[in-house]
Design a protein around this ligand. Structure first.
Ligand code: DC
Length: 247
């Protein structure tokens, strides 16, 4: 049956009220996404935190931790461990879009060097991505939001009206990460951070499922040498401009 042209497509509310911000680690997504969400009065969804939460809970299981930290690539064993943890623990999103595990919101636990080192392997697993995608789409039904990640504009919300892709040089991203680490009392040589970023970029971009990629219809912004405020202003102007243009 052909739908009547008067009836909006089922995806229309989501399309109109989702701003996607994708890009590699250290491109400035989190700070920018939070500020854009505040200015627009939208919720903010940090999808990287969801994959970090699954990784953190896996690292709490001795067997899974050994598997992950041994560094081998036994994907089947990792998938099985991830399935177990997803069945045993309750992952969700609170009203603000913060990830919850068994009703509790983890904080600094999600940003330890251990989680940093393992998360891209967990984010590559279908057993993890599918339930996270369902949570992300369900959250979009609750109201307007700005979501950040790697595959928001390509896989999770391909129909979103406002899509952005933030990038920056590896040197600039390492410099920013150095600043984040300093705030958390961690010191590391910049070369080590650059190497870490390069490994994660490669894993995120080369994985089979939902690899990091700029959507064809996303606005690409190279944030190297730009201020946070400048990037935020560009995104907000674009969203408001599209809104006014569409009115
Ligand atoms: O943005 P972040 O550093 O917190 O992301 C943590 C990891 O999760 C990183 O390896 C990329 C992955 N990720 C993903 O695969 N898909 C997303 N939508 C968000 C993050």
């Amino acid at each position: 049956m052909t739908p009547s042209p008067d009836i909006p497509a089922a995806s229309e509310p989501t399309r109109a009220s989702v701003v996607t911000i994708d890009g590699p680690a250290g491109a400035g997504k989190s700070t920018v996404a939070r500020a854009v969400a505040d200015l627009l009065g939208f919720a903010h969804l940090d999808t990287g935190a969801m994959f970090r939460a699954v990784t953190w809970t896996l690292l709490e299981e001795p067997r899974a931790a050994r598997l992950l930290e041994a560094g081998g690539d036994d994907v089947d064993a990792l998938e099985a461990a991830a399935r177990d943890v997803l069945a045993a623990r309750r992952f969700g999103l609170d009203a603000e879009g913060a990830v919850t595990v068994d009703g509790r919101t983890p904080g600094a636990e999600l940003r330890t060097p251990r989680v940093d080192a393992c998360v891209s392997r967990i984010a590559a697993l279908a057993a993890v991505r599918t339930p996270m995608l369902e949570l992300q789409r369900a959250f979009a039904e609750r109201g307007p939001m700005v979501c950040e990640g790697r595959d928001m504009g390509t896989e999770v919300f391909p129909d979103a009206r406002y899509k952005f892709y933030l990038d920056a040089s590896v040197a600039e991203r390492a410099r920013r990460r150095l600043g984040d680490y300093a705030e958390r009392g961690r010191a590391a040589p910049v070369e080590e951070i650059e190497a870490e970023i390069a490994v994660r970029d490669r894993r995120d971009a080369e994985r089979a499922i939902a690899p990091l990629r700029c959507a064809d219809d996303a606005v690409r912004i190279d944030t190297t040498g730009l201020t946070i405020d400048g990037v935020v202003a560009r995104i907000v102007a674009r969203v408001r401009g599209v809104e006014e243009g569409a009115a």
